[in-house]
Design a protein around this ligand. Sequence first.
Ligand code: NAP
Length: 305
Amino acid sequence: MRTSTMQSKILVASEYGQSHVLEFIERTLPALAEGMARIEVKAAGINPIDARRMTGEFKHADLPQSFGTEYAGVIVEINTTQPHWKVGDAVLGSGYGFTHATVIDVPIANLVHKPENLDWLTAGSLAGAAQTAMTILDEIGPTQSLLIHGASGGVGSITVQLAKERGINVVATASEKNQNYLAKLGATPVVYGAGLTERLKAIHPTPFDASIDMSGNEDATQASLASVKKGGFMGTIAGRKLSSASIHAVWVKRNLHNLQYVVDRVANGSFLWEVSRSYPFEQATQAYDDILNGHTRGKSVLTFD
Ligand SMILES: NC(=O)c1ccc[n+]([C@@H]2O[C@H](COP(=O)([O-])OP(=O)(O)OC[C@H]3O[C@@H](n4cnc5c(N)ncnc54)[C@H](OP(=O)(O)O)[C@@H]3O)[C@@H](O)[C@H]2O)c1
């Protein structure tokens, strides 16, 4: 075990606002605590929650705050006697609100080995969506038909594929430009927006067993209320106040087995995963502007030299 100090360049914000509040600071990391690994980050996914924390929509941390919920990188230092992990290992994982930095310290208990054939961008962007999608399907439980609102983003992409793997009939919404993408994932695609309930009725005349909403908008809420069977599960992960109390809020439960499950499927090619945009870390402000737009296909990722 080495106990060196190391510099990290960290994305932070000292106030709430649009991306102009983002800045980089350099910090000397303290000696590595026991049970921790120090990771040189190679790629880190950007999630809508990062940008929504930036604006102050969510105030989950004191200011100044840092960002990022997932990463992939290389262990550069480790403080453990466990033989399972060593300096030089390529790893991935999640951690709340600190992974948009060049070097991060994470508990060894939260690490997953990066499969060799998984590129850095893919490895660094899977953790949040994977664990959220697994949580969604666990909460829904056994079901035969599922309506997903806003399924072409990170969480939706994995949710569709997990649901199909379980034999569930999936109807999913996205904008016009993402209809083919939804079909490739295995869903019956529908365009969201005005008239959604009627379009769903034409495609799926019987009530759905369950619905899950990634967008938090009124069209989706009304379509779920009209299209899901009485007593069926209706959930949202959007974290927005909805007009109906019948839509149940779902929050990600972080679980290493769930993460490993999805990583294995992406690595062996049975799940599709698209990184549609990548940005050098220095261009984080552009990345946060784009993610706030809400139309990411698959995932956006920050890259590090
Ligand atoms: N509760 C939790 O624990 C949890 C965990 C992860 C994420 N989240 C939240 O869940 C949401 C989705 O996350 P994500 O990473 O999948 O987001 P994302 O990658 O930005 O995907 C957004 C999806 O919403 C669709 N969309 C945009 N406008 C829409 C509309 N008016 N109606 C229906 N769909 C619309 C987009 O489709 P087009 O691109 O085709 O427009 C896309 O499929 C975010 O708000 C995020 O903060 C919550």
